[in-house]
Design a protein around this ligand. Structure first.
Ligand code: GLC
Length: 467
């Protein structure tokens, strides 16, 4: 079938096939879980601290350029909406540029592993509606358009490297003919504010389609460790997506899955927001500050900062504003010192290859993690305030001092009440004990003249706390 016929077929199939509406009992709908069970389910995620996010789909080959013009630099995965193109025109432009190499997924997984990530979350479907997985309910998927189940390839490659796997899935869908951007008026759409070309839309039909695809994802790829929904806003949240049913289905197929809260809540919730206090874990295990780090963390809540390395999630050839390795590593430390996880994004090109700047930065983070990883994995938020020179992370026995600014006079003061140091050393030189003296404020360390790490040097302080 020609791509045009595939698309026409997709539109017809999508509007005709319905999965039966879910009929769940009260028990499943009022999902509550004992704290110990939730803690057991969350354990690996809380220890992992660092994951790789991947935005990749039809938009990647367009690279921020639409019919020869630069359209978008930041947020290139939104190019269809920026170009105000319908699915047919968009796919016509994008499909020829979407040509994944045979081994692209292995390269991603290797890079994530080398960087020290413990998990990978990738876009099974972004807002454009194109599915990387083989979907029985549409032909607007990788299997039908390029003959490969890309979701399977990525999932298997990640698992082969021992990484946990997360499925990002957009509940917004610009391709589906019943996706009702008029009712969900807070949500973006290439035609927003314009009437629907196919007449009034039946939102429930789209929701059936969404649930059907989610069920395929939860059933056909073995264990899925994370489901990462994107996104809700104002009235288009929770029941708008029939979210309780959706989550009950997800839990039925993947009992240990960890989920974000974007099916119910806007990701714009900031730290002081009352809505954060009202949010319950059954509406998603963790919240997702996007492109910013909460200044003092989010106590009592699991959270993960997602962030780009430049300013776009999907690949843009126009965006060269890369964060330095120092910033990336300091962000990781900053987040972990406040009790969060870091989900750092790469935006591969249309052939699946990763931009060179991202490869270099991930490799550099990996070199840092090889030496200093024990101060990240399984550590928790610092009990002490932010010191001027850097950050703290900790385990019950060790306090890690992450030094961003190496002191010129070679003296580093730890203002930590009641701390009794038994031994301290640099993670970059574990055999060499550091000298220290006790002052009324806490221990004062004598450091070598030069910082052992260019970005962040870490001192491990074995101690007891006495009051
Ligand atoms: C927002 C954007 C989207 C990106 C996501 C990552 O929801 O719409 O393009 O995928 O954030 O967190």
């Amino acid at each position: 079938m020609s791509p045009r016929n595939y698309l026409l077929h997709t539109l017809m199939v999508a509007s005709c096939i319905l999965s039966p509406a879910s009929t769940l009992g009260d028990e499943e709908q009022n999902h509550t879980e004992k704290t110990e069970m939730r803690n057991a389910r969350m354990e690996w995620w809380r220890e992992a601290r660092f994951g790789m996010f991947v935005h990749w789909g039809l938009y990647s080959g367009l690279a921020g350029t639409w019919q020869g013009e630069k359209v978008v630099s930041a947020g290139a995965e939104w190019i269809q909406q920026r170009a105000r193109a319908d699915t047919w025109i968009y796919a016509h432009e994008a499909v020829p540029h979407f040509r994944p190499t045979l081994d692209f997924a292995k390269e991603w997984a290797k890079l994530a592993k080398q960087a020290g990530c413990k998990y990978v979350v990738f876009t099974t479907k972004h807002h454009d509606g194109f599915s990387l997985h083989d979907s029985s309910i549409t032909t607007y998927d990788a299997q039908d358009l390029i003959g490969r189940d890309l979701c399977k390839e990525i999932t298997e490659a990640c698992k082969a490297e021992g990484l946990k796997v997360g499925f990002y899935h957009s509940v917004i869908d610009w391709h589906h003919p019943q996706y009702d951007y008029v009712t969900g008026r807070s949500l973006p759409h290439p035609l927003s504010k314009k009437p629907s070309p196919n007449g009034p839309r039946n939102h429930e039909l789209y929701i059936d389609y969404l649930h059907h695809q989610a069920k395929e994802l939860m059933s056909n790829y073995g264990t899925v460790d994370i489901v990462w929904w994107d996104y809700s806003k104002n009235e288009a949240a929770g029941s708008f997506w029939r979210a309780d049913d959706l989550m009950a289905m997800v839990r039925e197929h993947q009992p240990n899955i960890v989920s974000n809260n974007r099916l119910y809540h806007s990701f714009k919730i900031k730290e002081a927001d009352e809505r954060l206090k009202a949010w319950k874990p059954e509406q998603g295990d963790f919240t997702t500050p996007e492109q910013h780090i909460p200044s003092t963390g989010l106590p009592g809540v699991d959270w993960e900062v997602c962030m780009t390395m430049n300013t776009t999630w999907g690949y843009s050839e126009h965006d060269q504003t890369w964060k330095s390795d120092e910033v990336l590593i300091q962000n990781l430390v900053d987040i972990v010192s406040k009790g969060g996880n870091y989900l750092l994004n790469i935006g591969p090109k249309g052939d699946g290859s990763i931009p060179e700047a991202s490869i270099q930065s991930m490799a550099s983070i990996g070199r840092w993690m090889e030496v200093n990883g024990e101060s990240i994995y399984g550590t928790t938020a610092s009990p002490f305030g932010k010191p001027a020179w850097g950050r703290y992370t900790k385990t019950p026995e060790i306090l890690y001092a992450h030094v961003f600014q190496w002191p010129e006079d070679g003296k580093l003061s730890i203002t930590a009440e009641g701390i009794q140091v038994s031994r301290a050393y640099l993670l970059a030189d574990k055999d060499q004990d550091l000298q220290f003296e006790m002052t009324t404020d806490g221990p004062l360390f004598s450091l070598p003249e030069n910082a052992p790490d260019n970005q962040v040097s870490v001192i491990a302080i074995e101690h007891e706390i006495t009051k």
